[in-house]
Each structure stands twice: as structure tokens, then as C-alpha cells.
Write a protein that binds this ligand. Sequence first.
Ligand code: JFE
Length: 281
Amino acid sequence: MRLDVVTIFPEYLEPLNVSLVGKARARGQLDVRVHDLRDWTHDRHHTVDDTPYGGGPGMVMKPEPWGEALDAIIDSGERERESEDGGEGAAEPVLVVPTPSGRPFTQELAVELSQKPWLIFTPARYEGIDRRVIEEYGDRLDVREVSIGDYVLAGGEAPVLVMVEAIARLLPGVLGNAESHRDDSFAPGAMADLLEGPVYTKPPEWRGRGVPEVLVSGHHGKIARWRRDQALVRTSQNRPDLIERCDPAALDKHDRETLESLGWSEGTDGRFGLAGEAVGE
Ligand code: JFE
């Protein structure tokens, strides 16, 4: 997979040299190219921002440097495809634009993006990028405006680090067997829609605190049930919204009993609501 990042703070992307993503790059599984947007300015001060039309506070990123940068990067991919014959950067890139007004970045979107051959990220600063840039490339490419959560950052670089890490760990061969990801919380599939419970390792006692007996019992059935209950407890406490939209088919009889003991009640549709609130009756 090829990843391009265009930013006025290339140093902010240094963490892409480290750990999982850094190793995937070193192994040749990821081709990451970080570009300085100011390389596509032509004035003495390398200006990338200007005052907003209509007035108001802050500055807006000018369209011209983004247009030149994106054209050059897209062309480089097309040229490499012609010369290196079937090299990466095949087909057209997906443009990923971090913004607080985007669609939520979810595990589902991470999975979808991990299946693309080429992503271009455009982390902005100031009040964001002149809208015409998103429109222009929206006419030519698959453009995704994405938010990593309901809080306001000062720019899109941290969201790019977040998204690249979530995407890179899904690439075949990037995560070692020891850290493989079959039942991640939020992974579509088996354990989907519940948070994971607590985990423990050696020593068996630490600062007077033991490990839950069931985990050293060797009873695999009991261990699986205990973990499932812990997942339900944690999800009920931290993400009650996930219990409310849980598919009834994903819950067995014991799950229902556990949820009832946590104060949930089953509606006629099999969905759960917190006792005292209106549910599917
Ligand atoms: C940029 C900014 C104008 C914030 C209304 C570029 N999830 C998420 N939070 N914050 C961002 C993404 C993000 C991404 C890119 C960004 C914030 N800013 C700051 C500008 C309005 C804003 O919030 C500039």
C-alpha cells in the first residue's frame, strides 16, 4: 500500500518511522511519502493561508498549493504505473481529508481503506482548506472527509497518525501472530459490538492484588463465559449505546441474564434498554 501525506508540518509525521508502521515501511509493506505543502508555493514567504471570504476569525488554506501538490502526487503515481509496470499506486488514489465536520472514522472505514492500494491524506491547519479543493478532487477521485472524534484539534496531522496506525495494522503480515487481531472490540464479526474486558499477566500477585481465580482454573468454558460477562459489564458501564443497538441474535440466554442483572430490560423486539427508559414495547 502507498500512503502520501501533504502537510505544512512534515516533522509532525515522524512517528510514522516508529513501531508497527515504521517496521511495515522497513519491510516494504508500506510505501509512505510525506510532502511539505510549502514546496508548492512560489512566493518569498511560502504563503499557504489567507483571510476568509465573508470575514470572521482565523485564516483559510489557499487552494493553489494544494492543487499543485495533489496534481504532482497523482501524476507521480500514474508515471510510476507506466514505468515500473504494475507497481504500487496502481489504480487511482483515495483522498482522505481529516476534518471535525467529516464522517466518523470507524473500524469499518479502517477495514475499507486498508483494502485500497493508495491513500493520500491532506491534514490542514488554520480553519481548514478552501472548499473548492475538495470539490475539484471530488469530481476526479474518491474523496473521504473524515473525523476521528467529537473534539476539536488544531490540525489534521494527529488524525492522520491515528488513521494510518488503524489501517496499517490491518494489512496482511503487518501485525505479528502474537498480536493478531481476530476479536478486537469493534472488529466486524465474532465479538463485534462489545468492548473487551480486563486482561492480566504474571506475576500472580502484585501489590497484594491477585488475578481472578477463573483465569488460572484451566476451565476454558468458564473462562470464555467470564470474559463475555466482563465484556458486557464494561460495555454497559462505558458504552451503553452499544448495548442498545446490539443485534439480539448476538446475545445468548446467559448474556440476557447478565444484562438483566446489570439493570437492562429486554424489549418485545429482543433489544435491551436501561430499566426505567422506554424500550421497544
Ligand atoms: C483540521 C479547526 C476549523 C477546527 C470546528 C484543520 N476529529 C477532528 N477534530 N479536529 C479535527 C479533526 C481537525 C482536522 C483538521 C482541524 C481540526 N483544524 C482546526 C479549524 C474549525 C474547527 O472546528 C484545521
